[in-house]
Design a protein around this ligand. Structure first.
Ligand code: PLP
Length: 452
């Protein structure tokens, strides 16, 4: 026996591996974006290189001292915040769920009324909105997921690894095009439909979904659900909706306002408006089999977010969020205006168009001719991998990373070739002088590419 095990070990060493599930197998390799950012971060030089690829929020807007006060308050008031350092529940503490409800009603968020909200269940995820998105991919049947193009590449990549088929619908300046959505729904096998995933301030493009599009999307989802006699969930991910800072645009209405059949799940997060490290994301929807499964799935992962974070956040929402939100929006508005000016001045002549500057913290650029994908000269210039010693050689030459558009468009969709000329830059984290340095570097890269 021993001998056979030895022989197997000796002769078949290359086959002596773990067996993984299909998802496990596909997850062995970091995603293309993670590979790119890992390579960049490995030798990142603070103060020299610039990372406009990450989705970090503006550190200046994180309310450090108010959160410290909330922490102290929660621990000192055990009559309201019981056992805050103990295990939490599967759906979130009563305090945080009440705080979110009152935040909605005080600020008339989404235009929802108290009676509408009273009919809904609020459930807090284990680890931000990301964990809720992951849970949906576990509890919903494998099949087609409909989303906008360009798409939230982090989640669509996860979905594909989990065996879903992602079907993308191009957007215009009002968000996902409902005429193209209707056409697609006429063409696909509706029995294979799993869910709609709609990002209301799109990542990467920062395009804000208009109210009429929200209504049309819910109407189409209702039409197909009734046709196949199966409710197809419509997940509205409103991660960036709290940071719409352009006050001239219409106030967004919740998808729940148009929802006759209880298909809509509204997904929110405190990451962008308070702090990502709280890891609090929440879902609001009718109490249905879908929400019951979501809550059990959250319990399976290790309960909703750490109870102390939920209680601190509840206190913060009750006392500070309304004033704080104004400061956060003003901070992003100032950065957006400065960056927009820089983009127009230095990159304007190379660009076909761009979006962003009204909400969130991304600009999405489409170049006329310059390609931006990881094998392009533009990318090589900014990562100092051109092979030209004058560009790459000087160790003090800064490098810049962004998210290439090719990761945000479907490789067999209609925007594939446009995606090769697009990129997303994030202005959440870096301050304005660094953003200026970044745009000047991109201008240098554009000049270099044009001269070749
Ligand atoms: C569209 C979108 N949804 C969800 C999230 C994740 O939010 P959370 O920090 O709550 O996990 C992000 C984060 O960047 C996002 O861009």
């Amino acid at each position: 026996m021993k001998c056979r095990a030895f022989a197997r070990h000796f002769f078949c060493l290359d086959m002596y591996t773990f067996s993984l599930s299909e998802y496990g197998d596909k997850s062995q390799k970091p995603s293309p974006v993670n590979q790119m950012t890992a390579a960049f971060s490995k030798d990142f030089r603070q103060g020299v290189d610039i990372n406009l690829g990450v989705g970090y929020v503006n550190d200046e807007t994180i309310p450090h001292s108010q959160l410290a006060e909330c922490f102290q308050y929660v621990l000192a008031h055990t009559e309201t915040y019981k056992n805050a350092l103990n295990y939490g529940s599967a759906d979130g503490s009563a305090n945080i769920r009440n705080a979110i409800r009152n935040y909605y009603l005080r600020n008339a968020i989404g235009g929802v009324s108290p009676s509408l909200l009273d009919k809904k269940t609020i459930c807090v995820g284990a680890n931000g909105a990301t964990s809720l998105l992951d849970s949906f991919a576990e509890i919903l049947p494998k099949g087609i997921v409909i989303t906008a193009e360009p798409n939230y590449y982090i989640y669509t990549e996860t979905l594909q690894r989990k065996g879903f088929e992602v079907c993308t619908i191009p957007e215009d300046e009002s968000g996902m095009r409902s005429d193209l959505l209707r056409k697609t729904l006429e063409q696909i096998d509706l029995e294979k439909l799993s869910f709609f995933y709609i990002v209301t301030v799109n990542n990467p493009s920062s395009v804000i979904l208009s109210n009429s599009r929200r209504k049309e999307i819910v109407a189409l989802a209702t039409e197909v659900s009734r046709k196949i006699n199966r409710k197809i969930p419509v997940i509205f991910d409103k991660a960036y909706e709290d940071i719409i800072f352009d006050t001239t645009i219409e106030k967004p209405l919740s998808g729940m306002m148009f929802d006759e059949d209880g298909l809509v799940v509204e997904l929110g997060t405190l990451s962008k408006i308070i702090a990502p490290a709280l890891r609090i994301g929440y879902a609001i929807a009718d109490d249905s089999e879908l929400m019951r499964a979501l809550i059990q799935k959250t319990s399976d992962i290790g309960f909703s977010a750490p109870l102390i974070n939920e209680e601190m956040a509840a206190r913060f929402i009750d006392c500070h969020i309304d004033q704080h939100a104004l400061k956060v929006r003003a901070g992003y508005r100032a950065k957006a205006e400065a960056l927009q000016q820089l983009i127009q001045t230095h990159l304007g002549k190379y660009l076909e168009r761009y979006s962003g500057g009204q909400a969130g913290f991304y600009f999405y650029l489409t170049f006329k001719q310059i390609e931006t994908h990881p094998n392009s000269l533009f990318f090589a210039y900014l990562s100092r991998k051109t092979g030209n010693p004058a560009i790459d050689g000087n160790p003090m030459n800064p490098r810049l990373i962004y998210v290439p558009g090719c990761f945000c468009v479907s490789q067999n969709g209609p925007m594939k070739s446009e995606g090769q000329r697009q990129l997303r830059i994030s202005y959440g984290f870096e301050d304005i002088p660094e953003l200026e340095r970044a745009i000047l570097l991109m201008r240098d890269a554009a000049e270099y590419v044009s001269a070749q």
